[in-house]
Design a protein around this ligand. Structure first.
Ligand code: OXD
Ligand code: MN
Length: 587
């Protein structure tokens, strides 16, 4: 399929290690994918679901020990340990290659090597990048064919270039003791062994589009971020774009596909989803920051997705979707998960593969991290700009977290550098849903803690440099918190569609249409500037969630000081200055 010498030489080298019985190049054709689906159905790797109710949909179950990303076994193998930084696991590259090739040795024996050429981002866009993943799993091929653009066209665009990311995946025997997800940023290489769970093996996603790409972005002057991208269309038909970063379990996919409240909808407001997880952003010819979603599908968490919480995501899963680790309803050969509806199947198979009665069983039918892999084009609110090769211009960057107190509903940073500070101190409180103490603050700067492929201090410096480069064309930076609670533990803000009321204020600030109140942490809305039309929110509750409490922020400063100490002399001086500035303003 290609004459590219760097590609052929690398595949030859990998062939020598993993020793496959044969090699199949993925050309991206529907015929080839259909053939692979048949083979995977015959082997039991996937199960075809009800063609009338869920056309083109399949179910897959992973091993019980292989259901999530494994952060403690995810390594950044930079030549120098200090370049990986204090927030990443590190291994010396040669040692890592030796260990991985030893594990991978002959692991394709009796199996097929699938060669997947893929593009992150629209094929041929200047903002896109190419990768080649080798895998021995048809499940991986079929998922990659949804999550990325795959096939012959990608190789045509690559031509003779050596600018592509190498990815070797070996399922081996999914031994958790020998599971490693390793990144070699200086070699453009990813090696993943002993897993078959999406986040560890769909190498285009977290591994390439965040860990490797963040490193490439630093060197090449662009940004790879763990952000959704949405377009907000007003009744005049003008669309403004926002990118937003939240730690997990803060509703990123829901925000990306938000349904406006009735009052807004009837006036003509719309939300367009460009992406729900990753944004690649670059300065455009006009000096503004332009973003693409490098992915082509959604790898979303199934539990909790329903007609009310996210009807757009649910619609996206109704055809051409692969479900992983959800419950299998045997009565009509469909799928079910906790939170889909109040009618669990009685005659079902749970995510572990055991008979399951949803009406009587206490155990879960679907794993809490069960997933759908759905084509982006299925989403009813997918942006008309989704395939645009230039991307979309970003007006605002939004950070957020889950905080019962301290952080107001929304505030705007004082300027770009202050916004970088706001992103760097991002934090979320653990909830009762997870094991361990409730209300413990976990810092997750820019929601990139598990995804930054190099030293976090250098990453912040790169953000500061990007701001200097963009100057007054830089997006405005905001922070939101949908999770403020009263003293009884009740949420004060309803969230979901009503979050549009906050997005609207953000865009009005970007357009210079509305004043705001200066506080020590930044600019907070005047209550009367949040649209509460057709909205049952008590005035005192709105006042409450817009307050900035000095004492709470004093103790926040202590937490930030402690956190910053981890980064030693690679913490940019500008962030130390920002922290001092905050302290002064609080006093
Ligand atoms: C994801 C994650 O799967 O952030 O998107 O874990
Ligand atoms: Mn994510």
């Amino acid at each position: 399929m290609t004459k590219n010498k760097s590609v052929l030489a690398w595949i030859d080298e990998m062939k020598g290690i993993v020793n496959p019985d044969n090699i199949v190049w993925i050309d991206g054709s529907e015929e080839q994918l259909e053939e692979l689906r048949k083979i995977a159905c015959e082997s039991g790797e996937i199960t075809k679901l009800n063609e009338e109710k869920l056309p083109g949909c399949y179910l897959h179950r992973t091993a019980e020990n292989d259901v999530a990303r494994v952060e403690d076994r995810t390594l950044i193998c930079s030549r120098k340990k200090e370049d990986a930084g204090p927030t990443n696991n590190w291994k010396e590259p040669q040692e890592a290659y030796d260990m991985l090739y030893d594990i991978a040795k002959n692991s394709y024996q009796g199996r097929t090597m699938y060669v997947i050429p893929y593009s992150m981002g629209p094929i041929g866009s200047k903002l896109s990048k190419i990768g080649i993943e080798l895998t021995d799993s048809i499940y991986v091929v079929l998922n990659m064919a949804i999550m990325t653009r795959v096939g012959t066209k990608v190789l045509e665009v690559l031509g003779d270039s050596n600018d592509w990311v190498r990815g070797l995946h070996c399922k081996c025997d999914v031994n958790p003791e020998k599971r490693y997800i390793c990144h070699f940023p200086e070699d453009n290489t990813i090696i993943s062994v002993n897993s078959a769970y999406g986040g560890n093996v769909l190498l285009g996603k977290k591994c390439f589009a965040l860990r490797i790409a963040s490193y490439l972005g630093k060197n090449e002057g662009w940004m790879a971020e763990h952000m959704l991208i949405l377009g907000l269309e007003n009744p005049k038909g003008e669309v403004k774009y926002i990118s937003a970063a939240f730690p997990s379990a803060c509703g990123k996919t829901n925000l990306a596909m938000l349904i406006p409240p009735e009052g807004y909808k009837s006036k003509g407001y719309k939300i367009w989803c460009v992406g729900d997880d990753i944004a690649w952003m670059r300065k455009g010819e006009d000096g503004r920051l332009w973003a693409i979603n490098p992915e082509n599908g959604f790898f979303g968490v199934a539990p909790g997705t329903n007609k009310k919480s996210n009807p757009n995501a649910l619609s996206a899963t109704q055809k051409g979707t692969i479900f992983t680790n959800v419950a299998h309803n045997l009565d009509d050969n469909t799928v079910w998960w906790e939170g889909l509806d109040k009618n669990p199947p009685e005659n079902a198979i749970d995510w572990k593969g055991n008979p399951w009665n949803g009406k009587t069983s206490d155990a879960k039918g679907a794993h809490p991290n069960s997933r759908f892999t759905a084509p982006a084009e299925n989403c009813p609110c997918i942006s008309p700009e989704f395939n645009s090769t230039t991307g979309v211009p970003i007006s605002a960057i939004v950070f957020g977290g889950r905080r019962a107190k301290t952080t107001p509903l929304v505030y705007q940073s004082r300027d770009w550098n202050n916004g970088v500070f706001v992103g760097s101190i991002m934090a979320s409180e653990t909830t009762a849903a997870a094991a361990g103490a409730v209300g413990v603050i976990r810092r997750d700067p820019m929601a990139m803690l598990p995804f930054c492929g190099y030293h976090m201090g250098d990453y912040w410096q790169h953000w500061l440099d990007m701001g200097a480069e963009l100057g007054d064309k830089a997006p405005k930076i905001f922070n939101v918190n949908w999770f403020r609670m009263d003293d009884e533990g009740n949420y004060l803000w309803p969230g979901f569609g009503d979050n549009l009321r906050v997005l609207e204020w953000i865009i009005r600030r970007c357009e210079g249409e509305v004043e705001a109140k200066e506080t020590p942490i930044g600019y907070v809305p005047y209550a009367e500037d949040i649209n509460v039309e057709d909205f049952e929110l008590k005035a005192e509750d709105l006042e409450e969630i817009l307050t900035v409490d000095n004492d709470q922020w004093q103790s926040e400063v202590e937490g930030i000081t402690e956190f910053y100490a981890r980064f030693g002399n690679r913490l940019p001086e500008e962030l130390t200055r920002q922290l001092s500035g905050l302290k002064e303003r609080l006093n």
